[in-house]
Design a protein around this ligand. Structure first.
Ligand SMILES: O=C(O)CCC(=O)C(=O)O
Length: 372
């Protein structure tokens, strides 16, 4: 049976819900059992307001407050009277960093992923109304276990990207967000989606989210879910492309005003100038040979077809073979692209298309089409 889950998950390009399929012990726990297992630990909760505004309630707008699990349970029991318009979310937390004592409740081998230890899991605990704005995750696919309470998922296939108003350029560790505020019905009731899946999860349910499906997620009650991401073959290529985009975008925006940055940048990653992670990723990709798989597909094409400067060509060719040289030649690449973009009215168009998740590949293809 567990192999059956695995095969279905790895071969599906639509979401799958396995109802009441988990048999983890914690499914028998009530809210007090959960409180006991967290032992009065103070947890950082993202705190938001249930307000109907035009844009999504970005994670960076939320204040962080520290509370225990007991306080969360009390808050959920009394919030309606005391603070009707607020929610708390302890979200996207690596479980092993916070609760080593609850690791034993998790077994991904029950769903066919024996290679995934409990430590490869993230936990999401929140009050009713706590939510994650609509986005896609750039890498992997997602297996979600609903262990307590009820949670609603709105899921959209990648073909809906055109209707979801992606916000911005994706780069390393990015998710790509939609500009639509799904926590407020008024803001999306007039949008025309061809495909939308509404899935309510109950304790014991398992949800599979295929790669690059958009999702908006909201707690319908005090709810706890635990998930793990399954890596996919092309993740390292996407990771590398995003790292390069991050590098380009940080160069492009370095001298811009904060107002312009607000428009161009991922609201959750305004620290774009911090590029240390980029080089870590590029080095890992170099070690895994991602460079050779990628450069032959896109980069040499860019060099030969588009950048007709022999000096630059030489430098770019060097760039392809050594990440050490990458560091010194990368500004050239950035500036070449900035130059091209700044003379081209399609700048905005290109950035918008970058937002649609194909990152550099798209940029390069557009440059080729535009014959710049
Ligand atoms: O449960 C949530 O609030 C969001 C989950 C999510 O975005 C994910 O697992 O990728």
């Amino acid at each position: 049976m567990t192999e059956c889950y695995r095969n279905l998950i790895l071969n599906s390009n639509i979401p799958i819900v396995f109802h009441e399929s988990l048999n983890w012990n914690c499914l028998k726990w009530n809210s007090y059992d959960w409180c006991n297992s967290f032992q009065n630990k103070l947890l950082p909760f993202r705190c938001g307001k249930k307000i109907c505004q035009k844009s999504p309630y970005w994670e960076s707008l939320c204040e962080v407050e520290y509370h225990t699990m007991d306080e969360l349970v009390n808050f959920c029991n009394t919030a309606d009277q005391k603070k009707p318009n607020t929610w708390w979310y302890f979200d996207y937390k690596h479980i092993s960093e916070h609760f080593n004592n609850v690791l034993s409740i998790i077994s991904w081998s029950d769903v066919g992923f024996r290679e995934k230890g409990p430590e490869c899991s993230t936990i999401w605990i929140g009050s009713p109304g706590a939510h994650t704005p609509c986005h896609i995750d750039t890498y992997g696919c997602n297996v979600v276990a609903q262990v307590f309470g009820r949670k609603r998922w709105l899921l959209f296939p990648p073909t809906e990207t055109k209707h979801l108003k992606p916000t911005r350029v994706p780069y390393e560790e990015s998710s790509i967000y939609s500009n639509i505020n799904f926590s407020c019905f008024e803001q999306f009731k007039d949008e025309k989606f061809e495909n939308i899946y509404v899935i309510d999860l109950y304790p014991g349910d398992i949800l599979f989210v295929p790669p690059r499906w958009w999702h908006y997620v909201e707690n319908l009650s005090l709810a706890i879910s635990i998930n793990t991401w399954i890596s996919l073959k092309n993740d390292d290529i996407y990771r590398m492309e995003e790292a390069l985009v991050r590098y380009f975008i940080s160069s492009i925006t370095a001298t811009l005003s904060d107002d312009v940055k607000q428009i161009l940048l991922n609201p959750n990653e305004l620290d774009i100038e911090n590029n240390t992670k980029v080089f870590d990723v590029l080095n890992i990709c170099k070690n895994r040979n991602t460079w050779s798989r990628w450069k032959s597909r896109h980069f040499t094409y860019l060099i030969t077809k588009n950048l007709n400067t022999s000096k630059l060509k030489k430098k770019l060719a060097l760039f392809c073979t050594s990440s050490g040289i990458f560091i010194s030649t990368a500004p050239y690449i950035s500036w070449a692209i900035i130059l091209i973009l700044s003379y081209n009215e399609s700048f905005k168009f290109i950035l918008n298309n970058l937002c649609q998740g194909e990152s550099l590949k798209k940029l390069f293809n557009y440059l080729i089409e535009l014959k710049v």
